[in-house]
Design a protein around this ligand. Structure first.
Ligand code: BES
Ligand code: MN
Ligand code: MN
Length: 462
């Protein structure tokens, strides 16, 4: 791999400008008001793959947003890397907490990114990260160093559950055949502590509805005499954890994989400062399941969190009212062996069973997916590890993440190949939050590291 650094140095302004132009497109998959923008982003993704040197690029229609598929096949006998990413982004709200416009990217210096960070919705999750692969392909093609075949599959519904991608993968196994799947949609420990993500949690997402009286009531005339749906809902939610912060749903932990003491000891070796963790979040203590460390709580243990709750009067001033209904959105992060559909059923059964007389409870399942763990004794992992060693000068640490990319387990089931999660973001990049950003250094380092993965993977596959 010659001249990669030189190529990046000569083209880095353009690499940034191109990323800026796709960050200007508000491709919010959750909000149908942005449908045109999501479609425009699909077209921009296609154009970028053509410009980078793919031989064919297609906009593949699905029941939902299109999937962009591109490929460059150099020799049928060489290995094939399938790159996955997503061109959709999370909604930017709450808007007033952004220091700038979410879809007007600019570069800002921060403590962690003194050389500058690209601030915009999608900068890290996942436009900045999938675009590193587009630029890495450009470099390999333009410098005649693409060592194997490459396929790209970039979807537009990751942030809303990847339903159309599941549909697409099941129908296109042949087209998507590959030797390894490569994804940059996760993070690493720190800029000077590279890591490779070896696990993702699964997810079960539900919405609950508690209905009491048939209309909103005067809280003086009726208060104390009928069930208040908001009181009931919050009490029911509070009962989902016990005093040790264990989840109380019967059967919830039955299939949870328990790590050996040796595995837990190895996990504990990863550099981590509780003090810095608390400081970065401005909290005076961490919180969670008794008997587990912070890094265990956020990766190898399942959780249940309320993501939104509403009902009653929330406008200006006061209104004395008992609302007829109360609602909440609840997500459960799952670990390997827990089946998301089974957990959804256990939740539903339990939640309905704890409803007191006087209210009706409805549980509406949203989406979900299985967790994933990848072994580190594979050619793919070893190639990624060597790539990081080459460009960071350090062996990356394998580390499981708490986030979810539900489609990864489906890739394994349908395409029978392992996924390598080579992410370059940082936890402090504020993905899904206001002021999301991605370090310029991280962006360029990712572009530099990816071609080495291709080289080592091709060599080690012989
Ligand atoms: N890229 C993230 C997932 C992620 C981030 C994994 C950092 C590991 C480290 C992805 O876009 C995401 O946000 N996934 C959702 C799940 C989806 C079904 C909405 C999540 O984890 O909440
Ligand atoms: Mn993502
Ligand atoms: Mn995301």
């Amino acid at each position: 791999m010659k001249d990669i650094k030189k190529y990046i140095a000569e083209n880095q302004d353009r690499f940034l400008e191109e990323l800026f132009s796709i960050l200007r497109i508000p491709s919010i998959s959750a909000d149908s008001a942005y449908e045109k923008d999501v479609i425009a982003m699909a077209a921009a993704t296609k154009a970028s793959l053509e410009a980078a040197g793919c031989d064919t690029v297609e906009i593949c229609e699905t029941p939902g947003y299109p999937i962009i598929y591109g490929e460059k096949i150099v020799d049928e006998n060489l290995p094939t890397v399938l790159v996955y990413g997503h061109y959709d982004v999370q909604p930017p709200d709450p808007l007033d907490l952004w220091e700038s416009e979410p879809f007007e990217p600019f570069i800002k210096k921060t403590d962690i990114h003194p050389e500058g960070a690209i601030v915009a919705r999608g900068a890290c999750d996942d436009k900045g990260q999938f675009y590193m692969h587009v630029k890495a392909l450009e470099i390999m093609v333009k410098t005649n160093q693409l060592p194997c075949n490459v396929k790209f599959m970039i979807e537009g519904e990751e942030e809303v559950g990847s339903e159309s991608l599941g549909w697409f993968v099941k129908r296109n196994q042949e087209k998507l055949s590959n030797d390894v799947i490569l994804i940059s949609d996760t993070g690493m420990i720190a800029k000077d502590i590279p890591s490779i993500c070896t696990g993702l949690r699964g997810l079960s997402y539900v919405e609950v509805e508690v209905t009491g009286p048939n209309r909103d009531l005067h809280s003086g005339l009726y208060g104390g005499a009928v069930a208040n749906p908001i009181n009931v809902l919050t009490k029911m939610i509070a009962s989902l954890h016990d005093a040790n912060n264990h989840i109380t749903i019967p059967g919830f932990y039955d299939k949870v994989e328990n790590l050996s003491e040796a595995e837990r000891a190895r996990m504990a070796e990863a550099p981590f400062s509780l003090e810095e963790y608390q400081k970065a979040l401005d909290i005076d203590a961490v919180y969670g399941e008794a008997g587990y460390t912070t890094n265990e709580r956020n990766s190898i243990r399942p959780t249940l969190d309320v993501n939104g709750i509403w009902g009653g009067y929330t406008g200006e001033g006061a209104k004395t009212v008992i609302a007829s209904q109360a609602f909440a959105k609840i997500s459960m992060r799952l670990v390997p062996n827990q089946d998301w559909e089974e957990i959804t059923q256990l939740f539903q059964k339990h939640f309905e069973s704890i409803a007191p007389a006087g209210v009706k409870v409805k549980v509406k399942p949203h989406h979900g997916g299985q967790g994933y763990v990848t072994p580190i004794d594979t050619i793919g992992y070893q190639a990624a590890s060597k790539a990081f060693e080459t460009t960071f000068g350090k062996t990356p640490i394998p580390q499981r993440s708490g986030g979810s990319i539900p489609i990864v387990s489906l890739f394994e089931a349908e395409l029978k190949s392992k996924t390598i999660l080579m992410g370059f973001g940082l936890d402090s990049d504020a993905i899904h939050s206001p002021n999301e950003h991605f370090g310029v250094w991280n962006y360029l380092k990712g572009i530099e590291t990816i071609p080495w993965f291709y080289k080592f993977f091709t060599e080690m596959s012989r």
